[in-house]
Write a protein that binds this ligand. Structure first.
Ligand SMILES: Nc1ncnc2c1ncn2[C@@H]1O[C@H](COP(=O)(O)OP(=O)(O)OP(=O)(O)O)[C@@H](O)[C@H]1O
Length: 471
């Protein structure tokens, strides 16, 4: 069940006597920025009427409401991406925005007067070839902290942005949410622009690609749409999982991809999963993708989390965070970098508001629910359930003595995942699998490691199970 938290009542966002509403404060700042960037006419006509709706803290979804469907559709098409980006940089906990018609929107007269659409096309204003408005200024290579989990992706991104000729194209970056894919794409854009100020760079979410493609189809303007994309020297499409299975968009994407690559222009794609795990992507697209470089971004380990906290704190010179608190945060917030960043911002904001020193007690109060969510531990029981469902065997086979391959292999997979995803010891894992010896568990772990390297299907099963279990 999704819990919709009313903005004013966000318990975690308002510890102690604090009265300021961080969402409202961020919204004021975003509005000021939009007014500056878009001019008074567009702002007054289309953006001023937007009201803040509810914030669903579980999914990080913030609702923005307009007085009519027409206005909501317009804002969705022209501003959704910009709004989402602005929100994400202001409050990282806001991961998505939904634009709709709602009760929170200011009530105007029964007939809503619809302002004339602006004459200039704002969100993708071409400035020196760079679609500058879409790139977040903070997302640069210099602000990206490199560790084991992301070094291959980082190096590939830098090579793609800087090398005279690249041996791989496209670059496909994948990894779970909040691990820095969008950051790296924007960093590529900034660097490419710095080195080649006249080059044409397009960054677009796959969702926007689809929306624009469908709009172009309706308006009989597909030729212009194609020309625009295919003339890019660097094209970056974020979150490509979005178009998996959407046939005509996928077809168009495939042609665009082919032309960009054949013309020696650079293409970068990001996704929350590996190419082979994208359901509904055609084999010819997969094979074209495999011509390039596929790099994943793994979950940050403790060392990387510590380095990221230190780096983020450099940008907050007024905030004094003692080393024991840094270690506490790095150990306890292990889900993803976005959460870690959000936690630091929240601590800084509440320390400033309440004038309290930042110690472990304070952090425990301010981040109570984040810490609880990060504490979620995957249990061996959950692993056994998921694995038996996946391989369509009875769960009882997890603890049975049967050695037939069709049950023994899934059992080994479950033991392997128990070792990887839980802090349980080998003897304990053995006990939970029908009282087996710890050497059986070691054997299972080694066996699956070996098989994963040889068998792409098993490897993809394990990735999928891991993703599902990690939620
Ligand atoms: N290695 C890193 N160094 C510094 N900041 C990072 C790093 N990784 C992620 N971040 C920060 O974490 C936040 C989330 O990253 P980003 O939006 O790039 O994630 P993502 O992988 O694109 O997530 P999603 O799939 O949800 O879009 C950003 O503010 C980004 O700057």
């Amino acid at each position: 069940m999704v819990s919709i938290t009313p903005i004013k009542g966000d318990a975690e966002a308002a510890p102690g006597p604090a009265t300021a509403d961080p969402l409202q404060a961020a919204w004021e700042a975003i509005r000021a920025g939009l007014r500056r960037d878009c001019g008074a006419r567009t702002f007054d006509g289309w953006l001023r009427p937007i009201a803040l709706g509810a914030f669903d803290s579980e999914h990080g979804t913030l609702r923005l409401e307009l007085p009519s469907q027409f206005m909501a559709d317009w804002v969705q098409t022209h501003f959704a991406e910009r709004l989402a980006l602005a929100w994400r940089s202001a409050i990282p906990a806001v991961r998505h925005i939904v634009v709709g018609v709602g009760a929170a929107a200011p009530k105007t007269a029964a007939v809503v007067e619809i302002p004339a659409p602006p004459t200039a096309e704002e969100p993708a204003v071409e400035k020196d070839g760079l679609y500058a408005v879409a790139l977040e200024p903070r997302y640069r290579f210099e602000s990206f902290v490199v560790g084991k989990a992301n070094e291959v992706a980082f190096n590939a991104a830098r090579t793609l942005a800087t090398a005279e000729n690249v041996a791989f194209n496209p670059l496909f970056l994948h990894g779970g949410t909040g691990r820095g894919k969008t950051h790296l794409l924007h960093a590529i854009g900034h660097e490419f622009h710095r080195q080649r100020p006249r080059a044409k760079i397009i960054y677009m979410s796959a969702e926007k690609f689809m929306v624009e493609f469908v709009a172009a189809l309706r308006a009989n303007e597909t030729i212009q749409f194609k020309q625009q994309l295919r003339s890019a020297d660097l094209l970056m499409i974020d979150d490509v999982q979005f178009i998996a299975g959407k046939e005509s968009t996928q077809e168009e994407f495939f042609h665009t991809m082919n032309e960009i690559i054949s013309a020696g222009r650079r293409l970068v794609i990001s996704s929350d999963r590996a190419p082979q795990d994208l359901d509904g992507i055609e084999p010819r697209i997969l094979s074209r993708l495999s011509w390039g470089l596929v790099a994943d971004i793994n979950q940050a380990d403790l060392e990387l989390r510590l380095n990221i906290i230190h780096k983020k704190l450099e940008a907050l010179p007024d905030v004094q965070v003692p080393e024991d608190v840094v270690m506490f945060l790095a150990k306890r917030i292990n889900s993803n970098v976005r959460e870690l960043e959000g936690a630091l911002n929240r601590i800084a904001a509440y320390a400033a508001m309440t004038n309290r020193a930042i110690d472990i007690d304070f952090v425990g109060e301010v981040l109570a629910s984040t810490l609880r969510a990060n504490q979620r531990r995957i249990s061996i029981d959950e692993i056994q359930t998921k694995v038996s469902e996946h391989f369509r065997i009875r769960k009882a086979e997890m603890t049975s003595a049967r050695r037939a391959r069709e049950v023994a292999r899934p059992r080994q997979v479950a033991m392997y995942l128990s070792k990887q995803l839980t802090p349980r010891s080998l003897p304990e894992i053995g006990r939970r699998f029908g009282g087996r010896d710890h050497t059986t568990v070691i054997h299972a772990v080694r066996q699956i490691e070996k098989l994963r390297a040889q068998d792409p299907e098993l490897d993809s099963d394990i990735r999928l199970l891991t993703r599902q279990l990690e939620g």
